[in-house]
Ligand binder design. Structure first.
Ligand code: ADP
Ligand code: MG
Length: 215
């Protein structure tokens, strides 16, 4: 089936790809959203990444633009978030998606909202050029999923002026999207600092269209 999909997988005991979204163990609401959006069957990257990510494994996913990488990590994100104790007042998010640009972060935020809604989860996007304090306020109202550019996220984690920033102490799901572009844009130091502030027992994923040495 991997050959048929054109999927290559390496790693220890990699779960087999799945053929149907019905086999992924999504929540009822999430499966309904997937169907309502007209996703008949998983794309190749989704077929392989879903069982890997849903089993809690770290992963690097490489697939061309337009191949459906966003849902490959967002669907397991929702399942992961639903398995965690609900957020308490003052808690930061359950997971983070880092993206290289405002445009991409905004697009992923909109996708995340569509998938999160049915299960009552909240997704918030943060990027530069928008008021930091408004963003901090929105985050503090409770966000299960935070999507952002590395620069702005770091500013929100450690705001100037000594006020408490965004807490990453509940973050157990970390996605680097368009990792190739993030490295090209020189975000590696910021990414290191952000990821270093999350829980060591987190699940970590990297998605990219290309796989250069830096990635
Ligand atoms: P990538 O991040 O790999 O470039 P996207 O995640 O942006 O790709 O997906 C590209 C398009 O394909 C989006 O419009 C998305 O809604 C759509 N899509 C994703 N998965 C499926 C699927 N299983 N079936 C049909 N369309 C899909
Ligand atoms: Mg993408």
């Amino acid at each position: 089936y991997r050959a048929e999909l054109g999927v290559r997988a390496s790693g220890f005991d990699v779960p087999r790809p799945l053929k149907l979204f019905e086999h992924a163990g999504l929540t009822r609401e999430l499966l309904a959203t997937v169907k309502r959006r007209g996703y008949a069957a998983p794309t190749a990257i989704q077929a392989q990444a879903l069982p890997v990510l849903l089993s809690g494994r770290d992963a690097i996913g490489i697939a061309t633009t337009g191949s459906g990488k966003t849902a490959a990590y967002l669907l397991p994100f929702i399942v992961h978030a639903m398995d965690q104790p609900p957020l308490q007042k003052g808690d930061g998010p359950i997971g983070l998606v880092l993206a290289p640009t405002h445009e991409l972060a905004e697009q992923v935020t909109m996708e995340a909202r569509k998938f999160a809604k049915g299960d009552g989860l909240r997704a918030v996007g943060v990027w530069g050029g928008v008021g930091k304090y408004e963003q901090l306020k929105e985050l503090k109202a409770g966000a299960d999923i935070v999507v952002g550019t590395p620069g702005r996220l770091l500013e929100l984690i450690r705001p100037k002026g000594g006020q408490p920033g965004l807490s990453l102490r509940r973050v157990t799901y970390v996605v680097l999207d368009e990792a190739d572009r993030m490295f090209d844009m020189g975000f590696a130091p910021q990414i290191d600092r952000i990821v270093g502030n999350t829980r060591p027992d987190r699940q970590t994923m990297l998605f990219s269209a290309t796989f250069p040495a830096a990635v």
